[in-house]
Design a protein around this ligand. Structure first.
Ligand code: NCD
Length: 308
């Protein structure tokens, strides 16, 4: 199969294994392009991509923009804080006006879950969700999965534990969907107050003790506490959180086998992860960022050149 089954990437929920495999395999090719002295291919020449960011972002926005430019697409950046949104324009009006300028693809981040799906059904461009509220962030999960696959050789049968603020994390949800589809064994670990009810129904095992979780897994994906999405305090203090769930050198040193350490960023050093771990030999946090550009190139290429 050389084409995706879908015209948009809104999430990994329901995305078939063949599609994920196609994206991950294509990523290998684009990662190789990134190693070249001239990191550019003409694949999306003549296509226009708009980055529609209604929520703050550093890594994801820059990563998408680099991916688009390295595929030779024309790129337009929109950020809500400097746009007519602050003059009261609706989401749909903003999108329709941008589309009227003849864009081919829209990469979108929004604080509301479902915002990307809302516009997708009302516009004609191809959409990529770059994070919608606490819902999904598919390209982050794809780059996490790609990084695990590259480091450990496979996703099939690999034990992956996502640790932290599961309830507010679109990264957690997209990872669970994708990893389960790819045959990994998935677990989540965090304070019960930050654990969505019925999460086991998605195929994830739940650990409340981080040392048990670490003893079980081959790879951990450490999440930040989403302070901006928390309605009230879900644990007594950040210090207590670190003591109970923080990934420290002491915790990792006590393990029988090494664990691969991922973090989607931004890191709150000394809270969910200590600097010695984040900068240590087991961490693949910066390779994740590099792989992210290649994964996004693969997604943009596959959606941007899809024929029907
Ligand atoms: C994540 C996000 O925005 O959902 N970051 C990212 O995309 N690199 C995770 C986070 O904000 O903690």
């Amino acid at each position: 199969m050389s084409q995706l089954s879908t015209n948009h990437l809104l999430g990994l929920d329901g995305v078939p294994r063949e599609d994920i495999e196609l994206i991950l395999n294509s990523t290998d090719t684009f990662l190789e392009v990134l190693e070249r002295p001239v990191k550019k291919v003409p694949t999306l020449q003549g296509k226009t991509v708009v980055n529609l960011f209604f929520e703050n972002s550093t890594r994801t926005r820059i990563s998408f923009e680099l991916a688009e430019r390295r595929l030779s697409a024309d790129v337009v950046n929109f950020s809500a804080s400097t746009s007519s949104v602050s003059k009261g324009e609706t989401l749909l009006d903003t999108a329709r006006n941008i589309e009227a300028m003849k864009v081919d693809m829209v990469v979108m981040r929004h604080a509301a879950a479902g915002a990307c799906e809302f516009l997708r059904t009302r516009c004609t461009s191809r959409f990529i969700n770059a994070g919608d509220g606490s819902h999904e962030h598919p390209t982050q999960a794809l780059l996490d999965m790609y990084t695990i696959r590259k480091s450990l050789g496979t996703l099939e049968g690999v034990n992956v534990c996502i640790i932290g603020d599961i309830a507010h994390s679109r990264v957690a949800l997209s990872n669970i969907f994708g990893l389960v589809t790819m045959g990994a064994n998935v677990a989540v670990c965090g304070p019960p107050s930050l654990m969505p009810r019925h999460i086991e129904k998605l195929g994830a095992r739940v650990f409340t003790n981080v040392d048990e979780a670490l003893g079980w897994c081959d790879a951990i994906n450490v999440l930040r506490i989403q302070l901006e999405r928390q309605a009230g305090a879900s644990f007594p203090s950040l210090r207590e959180y670190r003591n109970t769930f923080g990934i420290t050198v002491e915790r990792l040193d006590g393990l029988a086998k090494p664990v691969l350490v991922l973090h989607p960023g931004p890191i709150n050093r000394g809270v969910e992860i200590d600097s010695e771990v984040a900068d240590g030999a087991a961490a693949v946090i910066l390779p994740q960022v590099t792989n992210g550009v290649a994964v996004r190139m693969a997604v943009l290429y596959l959606l941007g050149t899809k024929t029907e």
